[in-house]
Design a protein around this ligand. Sequence first.
Ligand SMILES: [Mn+2]
Length: 293
Amino acid sequence: MKDFIIIGHDNPDVDSILSGILLDRLMKKKGYSSSFIIPDKNIESDTLDVLNYLGIDASSFQSSIPEDNVNYILVDHHDRVLPRMPYMIIDHHPDNKFVTDNEFYINSFSSSTSCIIGKMFENLLDRDDIILILVSALVDTASFHSKKTNPEDTIWLFSKCREFSINIDDYYKLGLCLTDLSDSNAMFHGLKKYHYKDKFFESSYIQIQDVHNSHEFINNALLKLMDYVKQNNLYLFAFIVHDMDFFSSFVFTVYSNYLTYKRYDSYISRGNNVVPSIHQAIDEENIIKIKRK
Ligand SMILES: [Mn+2]
C-alpha cells in the first residue's frame, strides 16, 4: 500500500500543524504508513512559540513533498499545489465554495481540523492526542470566544480533558495568542494583502490584553500605517485590534490622510467581517462613480 503524506496549508498555523501531527500519530496507531510534512521554509514566530510550549520541534517535519508512490492527505485546507490530486481532504471551512468529486472530502463546521480528526479516531486517543486537539482548537477559536467555535466540540473536548486529567487553564492563555508589542513589526502582525476590482488594500491584527494601557502603541502604529498607505499607494489599511479581555474588536480603517474606526462587541473575523465590508465599500463607491458619469 502507498504511504500517506499529510500536508497542511501554506504558511501553516497551529491547527494546520497540530492536526497533521495528530492524524499521523493516529494513522500509525491504526497500522498505516504515514508521515506529516511541512514543505514551508518559514513558520511564523507565534506558531513556533505554541509548538515550543508543547515541546514540538517543527523543523523535524520540514521537508520537500515526495512525489512517487504516495497518497496525499490535506488537513485544514483544500488547495495546495501537488503533483496529483489529494486522496483525502479534511477541512473546517464549510463557507468556501470549493467543489470536488473527491469521495474522501470532509469539510464541516468545527472548532478546528484537529477536532474532526479526534472524533474520527475517538477510541484511539491518548492524553497527548487530546492536548494536541485542545491547543489547536483553543488557538483557532481564541480560546473558544470566536464565532468559529462549535459548542459541541467544546463540550466534547471538556469531557475528554476531564477524562485524561488535563487542566484547560494550563493552555487557555496559549489560545489567546497575545501579540508581543515590543516587537518593532507588531503592527504588521498577520499581514495580508488583497486586491479587489481596481483597489489594493492590506490588513493586520494584534491580540492584546489591557487595551487601555496600549494606546501609545496603537497611536504610533496608526501614524506609521498612514505613511505606509501613502508610500505603497494603497486604497486603505485595515488594522484590527482584538481586545482579549472582553473579546471585542476595534477595526481602524487607515487611509493616506485620515482614518475611521469601528468598535465591535464581539471578537470579529477578518475573513468573515472585515474583508467583505471593504469589498462592499468598494462596490458602493463604484456605484456612485457610475451615477456621476
Ligand atoms: Mn484550522
